[in-house]
Design a protein around this ligand. Structure first.
Ligand code: SAH
Ligand code: SF4
Length: 396
């Protein structure tokens, strides 16, 4: 197939493509179809033909997971060569990759200096596996039991950076092309670093890309967005994304939730529960997940289990009991297994499914925010050693 290149559409500021340094090439990974169309128009493809070209490239990227323009056999050689001069199919850099004995995989990804974020793949027993993606680097909220909460917000991740997390996991799991049969990565959960509802536009854009049936094809019902309770954004989340909702509840009264999830002071339980009841499309097939971290002696009594049941009444809900994952410096401890099971029994008996999330990947610091913090710490200690060495040599 030949490509007609109408060079009059090339922006006048554009340099001779042949001389464009490889390092200034921008990646097409994470771009929407409209953005890819703009990119090919900028390369000189006639606007009339640009949509079709963009669609072809888009499919190569998101269905086949292409890493190289050469495989795009339905695109003429000329355009492929031109694409190569200005663009790449690079993913952001994986600066650390860890595989746990239990199969959990974790990647620490860097997309720009200081922009490091984590993605964790958790294989499940029931032929499904969830990828836990980050939506921000750090978090502005300060939930007292959460390690990410101790890290300042660096910035929101872009839709491209969110989609790239899925691409990297798919690469590593060797799951291209994007066929649905027997895949390990079946679900996406926005439960990594950051508060997704403080970055809703990019999260929604990423969900549009991830769920597109012609590409990565992970349906909206298999995508769950977890929030600490940004009530005014709940409806928008539902209408824009159609994603499943998870709420980080962790306490059944305002007094305690104000401490564990300080955002509760802004949006207390009554408002939160009203916002959840109004979430678009809730029904028994589309339940809200309530996450409840089990903190020893803090929120794990039978009375609190009963209070939880009362709070949920009338809401199509399931409960996820999360054993607290300790991190260096935390004052909290995980509840005993007996206590967690007693709590789960009360919730179960009231008719709610309340699985206890088995701790995964503890050997690879799978709790959110831990790996990035280790990396920052390591670099800080290397920098410190270098400074000391320099100071020592200056003294001599
Ligand atoms: N900011 C969003 C999503 C990221 S946190 C939110 O708060 O919902 C994903 C889930 O992990 C939340 O339910 C959070 O409360 C929980 N979590 C955070 N730190 C944890 C820890 N150390 N142990 C267990 N669960 C934790
Ligand atoms: Fe942020 Fe969620 Fe951690 Fe709270 S639990 S600090 S909202 S990442």
């Amino acid at each position: 197939m030949t490509v007609t290149l109408d060079l009059s559409h090339r922006p006048s500021a554009a340099a001779d493509p042949v001389s464009t340094p490889m390092s200034t090439r921008t990646s097409l990974v994470g771009l929407t179809l409209a953005e890819m169309r703009e990119a090919v128009i900028a390369l000189g493809v006639e606007p009339k033909k640009a949509k079709m070209r963009a669609q072809q490239i888009w499919r190569w990227v998101y269905f086949f997971g292409a890493r190289d323009f050469d495989v795009m056999t339905d695109i003429g050689k000329d355009l492929r060569a031109l694409l190569e001069t200005r663009h790449s199919l690079d993913r952001p850099e994986v600066i650390e990759r860890l595989v746990s004995a239990d199969g959990t995989r974790k990647w620490l990804i860097r997309s720009a200096p200081g922009v490091e974020f984590e993605t964790v793949f958790i294989p499940d027993v029931a032929r499904s596996g969830a990828l836990c993606v980050s939506s921000q680097v750090g978090c502005t909220l300060t939930c007292t039991f959460c390690h990410t909460g101790t890290q300042k917000l660096v910035r929101n991740l872009t839709a491209a950076e969110i989609v790239a997390q899925v691409m990297i996991a798919r690469d590593d799991l060797d799951e291209w092309p994007s066929t649905t049969d027997g895949r390990a990565l079946t679900n996406i959960v926005f439960m990594g670093m950051g508060e997704p509802l403080y970055n809703l536009d990019e999260v929604a854009k990423a969900i549009d890309l991830i769920s597109d049936g012609e590409g990565i094809s992970i349906g909206r019902r298999r995508i769950t967005v977890s929030t600490s309770g940004v009530v005014p954004k709940l409806e928008e989340l539902g209408t824009k994304t159609g994603a499943m909702l998870a709420i980080s509840l962790h306490a059944t009264n305002d007094e305690l939730r104000d401490v564990l999830v300080p955002l509760n002071k802004k949006y207390p339980l009554e408002e939160l529960m009203a916002g959840i009841r109004a979430y678009p499309g809730l029904n028994n097939a589309k339940r809200v997940t309530f996450e409840y971290v089990m903190l020893k002696g803090v929120n794990d009594s039978p009375a609190e289990a009963r209070a939880l049941v009362k709070l949920l009444s009338g809401i199509p809900a399931k409960v996820n009991l999360i054993p607290f994952n300790p991190w260096p410096g935390t004052a909290y401890e995980c509840s005993d297994w007996k206590t967690i099971h007693a709590f789960a029994d009360i919730v179960n008996r009231a008719g709610y499914s309340a699985p206890i999330r088995t701790p995964r990947g503890r050997d690879i610091l799978a709790a959110c925010g831990q790996l990035r913090s280790e990396s920052v710490k390591t670099r800080a200690s290397v920098a410190m050693k270098e400074r000391l060495a320099m100071a020592a040599s200056e003294e001599v």
